[in-house]
Write a protein that binds this ligand. Structure first.
Ligand code: MF3
Ligand code: CO
Length: 278
């Protein structure tokens, strides 16, 4: 069943969406060489609680963390371990929270230090495919129109679009109907209506579209070990322009570490530099 949100509900989703964006923005500054994944998770959780909100992923079908951290060939649902980020990694940060009962869900992939041109291109195209999908998310258009818009950006580059994981409705539950696939053949011709709120989340691989899930039962990785990128926004369908609820558009770099990092360092929870254990 698809929930059409009232103005009051949309207003709460705007608030949770803003908080999600704020958390991702802080995490982006922290995701530098030397940082431990588990410390990113802790920072996400602490910020969320300080907002009076609740992490959406923690406890969700047995997931134990607040954040998903997918490094390099990891596609989605990477578990924040004590792995240390190193120069040249790319990392997908996927985060959701609920505030007054309404969820927001968003993801970014960012460069850790200096990354290859090939990684940059993959991130750029994946992000562009997200915005193409959002632009197609208009009342009267179908879910297939959204999926086609995403596919049309990715296809010319020959990258693999992941099929096993899809976008979704969002609201009082993290995952609601309808499903939003990132390729046209998988998508329904259901029409979008004002008041629908959906999370659009293309996952794009540099090589094969095929993925497998590791022995930890969560971490999805590319079959061929090549890089993968993931971007996600929660949006509202309106009478006019699509409304991005989780807008983090000003996230571009992770170069300056500010207040939160200082606090983490003072508490001694900031990861030590060292070899990558993963
Ligand atoms: N953004 C992801 C999704 O919508 C995150 C889910 S992780 C989980 O599926 F732990 F909550 F499952
Ligand atoms: Co999602």
């Amino acid at each position: 069943m698809i929930h059409i949100k009232s103005n009051r509900e949309l207003d709460l989703m705007r608030q949770s969406g803003k908080m999600v964006a704020r958390v991702l923005m802080e995490l982006t500054k922290l995701a530098v060489p030397g940082m431990k994944l588990i410390d990113l998770d802790q920072a996400a959780e602490e910020l969320t609680l300080s907002f009076g909100a609740k992490p959406s992923f923690k406890g969700y079908i047995g997931y134990k963390h607040s954040l998903c951290t997918s490094v390099n060939e990891q596609v989605v649902h990477g578990i924040p371990t004590d792995r240390v980020l190193k120069d040249g990694d790319i990392i997908g940060l996927d985060f959701g929270l609920s505030y007054q009962g309404f969820h927001g869900d968003s993801a970014v992939t960012i460069a850790v230090g200096a990354v290859s041109d090939s990684a940059k291109e993959l991130m750029l195209i994946t992000k562009q495919s997200l915005y193409a999908g959002i632009d197609a998310a208009r009342a009267g258009n179908t879910i297939k129109d959204v999926a086609s818009a995403i596919e049309n950006v990715v296809k010319p580059h020959g990258f693999g679009i992941v099929k096993e994981f899809v976008g979704h409705g969002i609201g009082q539950k993290l995952h609601e109907d309808p499903q939003i696939p990132n390729y046209a053949a998988g998508a329904s011709t259901l029409k979008l209506k004002p008041g629908m709120t959906i999370a659009i989340e293309p996952m794009v691989n540099r090589g094969t579209h095929k993925v497998k899930v590791l022995g930890d039962k969560w971490t999805a990785v590319t079959n061929d070990g090549h890089l993968s990128a993931h971007y996600e926004h929660s949006i509202a369908i309106t009478d006019g322009e699509p409304e991005i609820l989780t807008a983090w558009e000003n996230i571009t770099s992770n170069s300056d570490i500010q207040e939160l990092l200082k606090q983490l360092k003072e508490k001694g929870t900031y990861g030590q530099r060292g070899p990558n254990p993963a």
